[in-house]
Design a protein around this ligand. Structure first.
Ligand SMILES: [Zn+2]
Length: 275
């Protein structure tokens, strides 16, 4: 085993779109809830200057800058200033670290559509489209991207991975925040668990250090939908576990613009220390 100072630092970030904070708990999301025991789990307000749409919220999470920086106010990213404020996957990639971007369902995160991609550079880029605009279509896309990412994480070499699951948000839009929405959150939580299992199954796991972050961008109204400042919409959340994140310690993330810095600091690599 390598001395601890030489362990290779790895980071996995799982983005789960549109999961209300008040949905989290041991029944519906036991894996994410477990971060509260093993590390950190807490509410993260969407900044008052940031519209509670996926585009601006994910841009703030990915770049560490608010709307004033990245310039994204809606789900069409056209006119963004991401070149001045690159996302954390791009920063790590440019620093020479192998990275994985694995996105389900929503093109502008990964593809040159609607002003995207939000994530500009990655060593390996995977996108799985939803075959149809339906719960089943998006659920299948999330399952496929989880299969793919789990395979890479179990054996492969990315030091930083971002995996995005979109089915919970679509379920909120199509059905409201009821039973189907809870079921979608349950499925997303199981997928987070599969990604964690893949990390822990790595032959080299004992010689590595891993920081895991799970994060949402915004919540949903009871009837479905978001974009305003209602508490159930504007209260996002983040979970994190890894070296230096002490259970019961002070919150490590209290605003969405802190996440990129936490991710890059956890990599501990020259060129990724600031954003
Ligand atoms: Zn969203």
């Amino acid at each position: 085993m390598l001395p601890s100072g030489l362990t290779l630092r790895h980071v996995l970030v799982v983005g789960v779109d549109g999961v209300r904070f008040d949905l989290l708990g041991p029944e519906v999301t036991p894996v994410i809830w477990g971060f509260g025991h093993d590390g950190f789990l807490g509410p993260v307000p969407v900044d008052e200057t940031t519209p509670t749409w996926s585009g601006p919220c994910w841009a703030t999470i990915a770049t560490g800058h608010g709307v004033d920086g990245h310039g994204i106010t809606g789900n069409d990213l056209t006119g963004h200033r991401l070149a001045d404020h690159p996302d954390f996957v791009t920063v790590a990639t440019r620093a020479g670290l192998p990275t994985l971007l694995a996105v389900s369902g929503w093109p502008p995160l990964a593809l040159p559509e609607d002003g995207g991609p939000l994530f500009a550079e990655a060593t390996r880029r995977e996108f799985v489209a939803a075959a149809e605009m339906s719960l089943a279509g998006w659920d299948a896309a999330d399952e496929a991207i989880t299969d793919l990412a789990a395979g890479v994480l179990a054996q492969g070499g990315p030091r930083l991975s971002f995996v995005y699951l979109g089915a919970v948000d679509i379920t909120g839009h199509l059905t409201g925040a009821g039973a189907a929405y809870r079921d979608a959150a349950r499925a997303a939580d199981r997928r987070v668990g599969r990604l964690l299992d893949a990390v822990r199954s790595r032959p080299s796991y004992e010689q590595e250090s891993w920081t895991i972050v799970v994060v949402t961008d915004h919540g949903h109204l009871d009837q479905g939908g978001h974009g305003g400042r209602e508490p159930e919409v504007a209260t996002a959340w983040a979970a994190a576990a890894g070296p230096g994140i002490d259970p019961g310690g002070p919150p490590v993330i209290t605003s969405q613009d802190q996440i990129a810095q936490l991710v890059l600091a956890a990599l501990g690599h020259p060129g990724t220390s600031d954003i």
